[in-house]
Design a protein around this ligand. Structure first.
Ligand SMILES: NC(=O)c1ccc[n+]([C@@H]2O[C@H](COP(=O)([O-])OP(=O)(O)OC[C@H]3O[C@@H](n4cnc5c(N)ncnc54)[C@H](OP(=O)(O)O)[C@@H]3O)[C@@H](O)[C@H]2O)c1
Length: 300
């Protein structure tokens, strides 16, 4: 998708895959500046391991505890960022779902888009790496977020860590929030750390499902044919509810069920494209052609 974007904008850049063994990740990223790279994406299994070799992290990367994008700055120093949360919010926005204060989406001309959903209560299924980015983005934007995970301790640890990080950055973030959101008392009255709550999955679903306006599957259930639903099929979805599944490699049973019951169903392909678009902009300083990138991954 990056090479498609470079071609569309006539940029003489190239994006190349570079497999790196775990024990050489430090050497690899330290060599980027000398080799003339503007940046890199970091993927499994290096997203945490790369951190000690970087000069600075963005507040989001620090809070999430994982880096998926590196920027090589003009002096050769390395900045680590995490664009998954921004990609998720941008894709929600592109689908007409507006969570107040959505970070990282100003580039996507939000005023030009109609917004049919404005959820303030979200239910996130899962508490792994992707969940951390999604939960941080939603809570930072002002939503109340219930996190339900099979291993409840992990959900609790996530809420504690992200709550503390959100409190630390609350003042900066509230300064960036737009006036429409500031006037939304449902959002602004709640302290960031109080917006997060941890629950057992699947036992807490009946209690949480009814009030959730946005339900996000960040578990890996659905990646493979025959996986169980990350949901209780006895709990109905409803029109007006938005169900987002981060899985993008195949149509999931969760989204099929949600759609059949009148909810808005969104898959993770747009998040993938938008997190890439965000990285593209960090490297090039040029607005990313997000639609071109989305098309490139839709039909590789
Ligand atoms: N669209 C995008 O751009 C994008 C970006 C990032 C990730 N993703 C997708 O997001 C998904 C999660 O990625 P990740 O990096 O967060 O993975 P991860 O860190 O391994 O987390 C996996 C999560 O799934 C839960 N889980 C796994 N098997 C389960 C089961 N049988 N029953 C209930 N819960 C189960 C885990 O619960 P426990 O804590 O109890 O183990 C954990 O919460 C993957 O499908 C990935 O492809 C998409």
């Amino acid at each position: 998708m990056h090479n498609a974007a470079f071609a569309a904008l006539g940029l003489d850049w190239a994006y190349v895959p570079l497999p790196v063994p775990p024990e050489r990740v430090g050497e690899a990223v330290r060599g980027l500046a000398a080799l003339g790279f503007a940046g890199a994406n970091i993927t499994v299994p290096h997203k945490q391991a790369v951190i000690p070799f970087l000069d600075e992290l963005t507040p989001i990367a620090r809070a999430v505890g994982a880096v998926n994008t590196l920027v090589v700055r003009p002096d050769g120093s390395l900045l680590g960022d995490n664009t998954d949360g921004a990609g998720f919010m941008a894709d929600l926005w592109a689908h007409g779902v507006r969570v107040c204060g959505s970070m990282g989406v100003s580039e996507y001309k939000p005023s030009a888009l109609p917004h049919s959903h404005t959820p303030t209560r979200a239910l996130v299924l899962g508490a792994g790496g992707a969940a951390r980015a999604v939960v941080y983005a939603l809570a930072e934007a002002g939503a109340r977020v219930a996190v339900a995970n099979r291993t409840q301790d992990r959900a609790q640890a996530l809420c504690q860590a992200l709550g503390a990080a959100l409190e630390a950055t609350a003042e900066t973030q509230s300064a960036q929030r737009d006036s429409e959101c500031l006037s939304d008392l449902r959002v602004s009255a709640v302290r960031p750390s109080s917006r997060l709550s941890a629950h057992p999955f699947p036992d807490a679903l009946p209690e949480l499902a009814a009030e959730a306006e946005l339900i996000v599957n960040t578990t890996s259930l659905g990646l493979h044919e025959g996986d169980p639903l990350p949901w209780d099929a006895a709990l109905p979805f409803r029109p007006g509810q938005v169900v987002y599944d981060l899985i993008y490699n195949r149509p999931t049973a969760l989204l099929a069920l949600a759609r059949s019951q009148g909810a808005t169903a969104i898959d993770g392909l747009g998040m993938l494209a938008h997190q890439g678009a965000r990285a593209f902009e960090l490297w090039t300083g040029v607005a990313a052609p997000a639609e071109v990138m989305l098309e490139a991954i839709r039909e590789p």
